[in-house]
Ligand binder design. Sequence first.
Ligand code: ATP
Ligand code: MG
Length: 901
Amino acid sequence: METAEIRRRWLSFFESRGHTVVPSAPLPFDDPNLLFVAAGMVPFVPYFVGQETPRWPRATSVQKCVRTPDLDEVGRTSRHGTFFQMNGNFSFGDYFKHGAISYAWELLTTSQREGGYGLDPERLWATVYEDDEEAISLWLELSEIPRERIVRRGKKDNYWHMGIPGPGGPCSEIFVDRGPEYGREGGPAVDEDRYMEVWNLVFMQYQLSAVRAKDDFDVAGPLPARNVDTGMGLERMASILQGVDNLYEIDEVFPVLDRAAELAGKTYGANPSHVAAQSHPDDVRLRVVADHVRTCLMLVGDGVTPSNEGRGYVLRRMLRRAVRSMVLLGVDEPTMPQLLPVSMERMSRSYPELRTDFDRISQVVYGEEEAFRRTLASGTTILDTAVDRIKARPQAPQRLSGEQAFTLHDTYGFPIDLTLEMAAEQGVEVDEAGFRRLMAEQRDRAKADARAKKTAHGDTHAYRRVADAIGHDVEFTGYDEVVSEGRVAGIIRDGETVEMAGAGDEIELVLDRTPFYAEGGGQLADGGLVELANGAVIDVRDVQRPITGLIVHRARVVSGEVTPGVLAHAKVDIERRRSISRAHTATHMVHKAIREAVGETATQAGSENAPGRFRFDFNAQHAVPATVLRDVEAKVNALLLEDLPVHAEIMSQQQAHDIGAMALFGEKYGSRVRVVSVGDWARELCGGTHAQRSGQLGVVKLLGESSIGSGVRRVEALVGGDAYSFLAREAAIVGQLAELVKARPEELPERISGMLGRLKDAEKQIAAVRQAQVLGAAPGLVATARDIGGVTFVSHDAGHDVSADDLRALVLEVRHRLGNDRPVLVSMAAVSKGRPLAIVATNERAREAGVKAGAFVRTAARRLGGGGGGKDDIAQGGGSEPGQVSAALGAVEDQLRARSS
Ligand code: ATP
Ligand code: MG
């Protein structure tokens, strides 16, 4: 059964049982504490924790998920993907264990003919939380699973909570026994690859008052409304229903693996075992490639771009891992252009926006691969130099130091397995233990850093402690003033409260009142200084609200001692604040103007207000035409001149609604809300800071508009001095161009397009002349044709500096001249820009006789140290060893001879 069909059956099963179908949230969910959505329940968290009233009693979804902690499992187990889809059904105070278990049983075991998944009840196992007698008796009552296949497990495996006080409860998981070929007998406790978990049912039943660890928490009492959250791995179910060994072999993933194997000239699955852990290393690499290519596709599709931190870093790391795996598999050419489209073809069946957005997605991915290949090239040079130096001293140990390997990794992004392999090729060892030690040290530093950044979903005990000690919400004074007096209410260092911090310490400082704006609502945090009455000075770099009601200043103690209780004089960096506030006001104005221009559906989907610039994301299916953007910009700038007053008011939600303030979907508001108005024109619910009058914005310049994901567009813009500088720079460039081509600015477009046209014509002529030269060799080559076993054969080394296009033209010309009366095989090789390439072509008669170009070109490419492929009539390959060109041509000839003998 195709994955798309499993998904369709899921949704229609639950829809017909009263569940509202909710579309998948984007992977980078609107929560700064989460890298990516990692489970189907994430978008529903506000309902489960009681922050919001559920919109429906029952819901179902197929949620896109990415789990970075599973990265190292990929390819080594049969059941972990970095990207996967979680099918879920949810009950918000509606049905409970009885409903959840009977639905699961019904869907799993109803025959395929009748719309179910048709699993054999004999293969199913269930686990339950150790003392959940209710779940055990329901399984016995509602399913055919006998008592011996119902296994009790402890808190670590079968108890769910969010790591913080809140809802919690027992789980029950359903496993499928895939048979003795997949591992040892004995149930899920013995072998989780043979007994594969497919579906987890979570019963939220209790209120937890304290959570110290996964298996260490206090239960306060039963929840008033009990909820159900379930997750079934779509890929895992597909691997079972498609009868394949693992989730890299299902219909949505395997085509990429297959193409990668073809490019690398490898045979996947050479080892007959079904157990993933026993696979050949090449198979593991191919699975990593297939998994990561798909994850990259989905991440970039949802607007993530490669970078050196956060979400972008995860993407970068996976893309590099995929490229590196291909390199280790022996493919040196860029591979994403071969693999990404294959993944898109498959995934767009469920996510059609991947096809419409593919131009953007592929640009991001291909660009990143190119950049990484350059990194690899420079890392290779560094490595070679280091190796040469080692070899120059033959009496010293022939070994690359841990530091060298670490620098290669850290500075040049050069992966250790590549360093090991390449050093080994040159007969040099690597101090791998030293490298690992340095990596571990770096990881510890990163962990300490992450601890400092951890918030609501992580370890919050220190924050709670400080918040409890203050006894009230930290007062934010920054709407009215940029300098405030307060007191040091708490100091946190490395995730723990401390009683003292000194010069040089990185701390999180809590004041009982502060003018510093904490990052939120798309507005970046304030910076500035805090001076204490005892003379200490603290430099504030970031401000966050890790838990409700608490504002923490991430800061470095410049001088003096910080102790609790001391009087504090907090001063916001006014320039930065003003500049951010101008950007925020501009965002509201652009938002309003865009809605006026393209319709009310263009609601905000995220924004970032930074000093002098902002970006604004909104929902729209199509690009906003350039003319409309120009109108939006003109309208906003006209309203700046009107110098509209900007003011904020606190009112009830109802009042806000009545005066037409825009509330943003997905944001959470209490009953009193703050409404910011620009004149009486743009009105929005907003907790941010703003300019006082629109005139203070000076100029707003939109830089452009682009797609960042399915149905989401992004406008980027500059405000104030930054907008002016931009315009001034553009004007200067136009001036230079005008002088260069001796034209007036308004004549530039015509003048330059004329020049480009002439240039293109000239290039065409040059190409034609060059090709004529190359093709001139054709008659002579036809004369060299020989007969090998009934096939007319031409073999030719075209030498250096022949482009792939020209070589291909020559091959086709010779084939054409040889006609179609007899089978023809033309084989040529050349070195283009230092890299060898081979092209083989056959005519129709040859193909009828079973002589196919692809098979021959692979032989040649192997000799050249690479891979290749193509169609039966013409195929191309390349490698990395220019010295092997004649050997490669010889190999093709041998293969042809072998065929006839
Ligand atoms: P495992 O122990 O096998 O890693 P899990 O306990 O982490 O699974 P849950 O968090 O309960 O899994 O997620 C619910 C369901 O999502 C699982 O039953 C499984 O079917 C699926 N799932 C979880 N992680 C992955 C993954 N990395 N790749 C594919 N499917 C997954
Ligand atoms: Mg897991």
